[in-house]
Design a protein around this ligand. Structure first.
Ligand SMILES: *Cc1c(COP(=O)(O)O)cnc(C)c1O
Ligand SMILES: *[C@@H]1O[C@H](CO)[C@@H](O)[C@H](O)[C@H]1NC(C)=O
Ligand SMILES: *[C@@H]1O[C@H](CO)[C@@H](O)[C@H](O)[C@H]1NC(C)=O
Length: 542
């Protein structure tokens, strides 16, 4: 192409443009530039253009009266089922809705509380529930310690460290103990939180803030598809785009090649789980750490489950602060740390990372306001209970428990993988065993059959599967064996009998069906119905 030709083209364009009003031309340029910028930003922000378009189309379809009516009918049906399943079989069929005119006297109140306590079906005590309760309620010494600690710290609030120096000291000791457990050096630090989700959200907040400070307008987190939903919750709350990376179909660990190629100048953190909730596999944290170092991106390890197991075991897993590149770790004291519910820790490699989690309003009329976590006032009693529980257990108990949990996990895996018709997902023995059906058997029917045998397994999706999170009571004699034999029985049963009507309407079946709904916002509506039901005051029809 020679330059004379180019000049010709430019001249021609100029001639054409002369016929247009300059004002219109300017307006066109400004508005098209504006539109292009908007689209570009939409493409990069946390929702993204594709989801916006999809939402628009689905919302339009849902607004068609006939479609809406159909959805509403279905919604009502499911809602009624949900409410029915949540209304307790025992306990009085009436609700307190107003403050009593006069306070109730202690004896009467304690009796009333006992009535509610009896409603908490003792099913989890028999070790037939996945996860949920980790420690051994029957230990009376432990309970006596907690009662005394509660009595002394119920009113304490670490928002006022000078008023409550004891609780301040306890929190710093819990943090230091956990940093040492996870092999942080003296620079390592962190805060306590109220649970795993909160710890994860705090880490996401900190790493997002680091990116914002570095001028990234639309931060992104690169996460394994198997990581906990707390990460997508953090993404939604803090407006971070979540880029999900699938796991390797053989190992069920995050695909490192795909993880590396998903990194961009906007990536604010990488995530690995040790282990993850669905399959119990531990991502290759050493490799993720290497990527983090190479691109100067923080790496968060979600050890909510594994923190208090892997720390006490001789394993080949590399997952803690010894791994170069690991900048933060979440670990749940209230899971395998065996503390009462309401405590967890989020730890950082050094104070630079932690400071991005801190909040300060220097201009508040109520005074300069600073807080280390998302809460304002915090329950000092949760800190005190956690502190007491760590010291009560000590290394020897934690080690013994961790060994028992891993041994039981292994036993369950070996037993279930030997059953024809069941297929393992993932192969690592930490604390979770996941499996699905093959040979044409229906996993949802299997799940229902297990529920009928009083096993409360968790249902997984994409692909449909079930898992059990092994807790202390599963390590007791006969529990694992019973699980395996019930699995065998359930498989035999569904192999030899056609599905019944109630099978097709079972919770597991509905759960399975919901995976095929292309408009996920309908699933959201069902979820809202479920959450509403958990607050419902619907009376049993007798
Ligand atoms: C349970 C869990 C969490 C979240 O903990 P909560 O205490 O339930 O908020 C996070 N990650 C993993 C792997 C978990 O199993
Ligand atoms: C575990 O099982 C025993 C009975 O075997 C029961 O007394 C105890 O409360 C159970 N604990 C938990 C946490 O399930
Ligand atoms: C924390 O660690 C990072 C990365 O290793 C380093 O750049 C930073 O200077 C450290 N901050 C402090 C306060 O030591």
């Amino acid at each position: 192409m020679n330059s004379a030709y180019l000049y010709n083209v430019v001249d021609e364009i100029n001639d054409d443009l002369k016929q247009i009003n300059p004002l219109v031309l300017a307006a066109f340029c400004v508005s098209s530039t504006y539109l292009a910028c908007q689209l570009w930003n939409m493409h990069r922000d946390d929702i993204g253009i594709r989801r916006r378009v999809k939402n628009y189309v689905f919302n339009f379809v849902k607004s068609i009266p006939m479609v809406r009516k159909q959805i509403d009918t279905q919604l009502k049906e499911v809602k009624d089922e949900l409410v029915k399943s949540l209304v307790y079989k025992d306990g009085p069929n009436e609700f307190i809705t107003k403050l009593p005119e006069q306070g109730i006297n202690p004896d009467e109140l304690i009796n009333l509380a006992r009535v509610y306590d009896r409603m908490e079906g003792p099913r989890y005590l028999e070790g037939r529930v996945s996860g949920a309760v980790f420690s051994d309620e029957s230990n009376t010494d432990e309970m006596a310690v907690y009662q005394e600690v509660f009595r002394r710290f119920a009113w304490s609030n670490p928002l006022w460290p000078k008023l409550f120096p004891g609780v301040r000291k306890m929190e710093s000791e819990v943090i230091r103990i956990c940093c040492n457990l996870m092999n942080g050096d003296e620079e390592s630090c962190g805060t306590m939180s109220t649970g795993g989700t909160m710890s994860i959200m705090l880490a996401c907040l900190a790493h997002r803030n680091r990116a914002l400070k570095r001028g990234v307008q639309f931060p992104e987190m690169v996460i394994p598809s198997t990581c906990h939903a707390a990460f997508t919750k953090a993404a939604e709350v803090f407006r971070i785009k979540a880029v999900k990376i699938p796991v390797d179909p053989q190992t069920y660990k995050v695909d490192l090649k795909k993880m590396r190629s998903a990194i961009s100048s906007r990536t604010c953190m990488l995530v690995g789980s040790a282990p993850n909730f669905p399959y119990g596999t531990v991502d290759d944290i050493a490799a993720i750490g290497e990527i983090g170092v190479k691109y100067d991106i923080p790496v968060h390890v979600d050890a909510c489950l594994g923190g208090f197991l892997l720390s006490f075991l001789e394993t080949d897993y590399q997952w803690d602060f010894r791994v170069p590149g690991v900048t933060s770790i979440s670990a749940d004291t209230h899971k395998y740390g065996l503390t009462p519910k309401g405590s967890s820790v989020v730890l950082y490699k050094n104070a630079s990372y932690l400071h991005n989690q801190y909040f300060c309003d220097p201009d508040w009329q109520g005074g300069i306001y600073a807080s280390s976590t998302l809460e304002g006032s915090r329950a000092g009693v949760n800190i005190a209970l956690c502190w007491a529980s760590l010291l009560f257990q000590g290394q020897d108990n934690y080690r013994r428990y961790a060994e028992d949990i891993v041994a039981t996990t292994k036993k369950i895996r070996e037993g279930i993988s030997a059953i024809p018709g069941l297929k393992m997902l993932g192969s690592e023995d930490v604390c979770i065993v996941s499996w699905t059906c093959d040979q044409g058997l229906d996993i949802h029917r299997f799940h229902t059959e297990m529920s009928r045998r009083n096993w409360q397994l968790s249902g997984l999706q994409f692909p449909s599967a079930v898992h059990i999170m092994v807790t202390m009571n599963h390590t007791k004699e006969g529990v694992a064996e019973r699980l395996i034999s019930d699995c065998k029985e359930a498989v035999d049963f569904i192999r030899n009998s056609p599905p019944s009507d109630s099978d097709r309407k079972s919770e597991a079946a509905i759960y399975g069906m919901s995976q095929s709904i292309p408009d996920r916002s309908i699933v959201n509506e069902f979820a809202a119905a479920y959450l509403d039901a958990t607050y419902s005051m619907i009376k049993r029809s007798s």
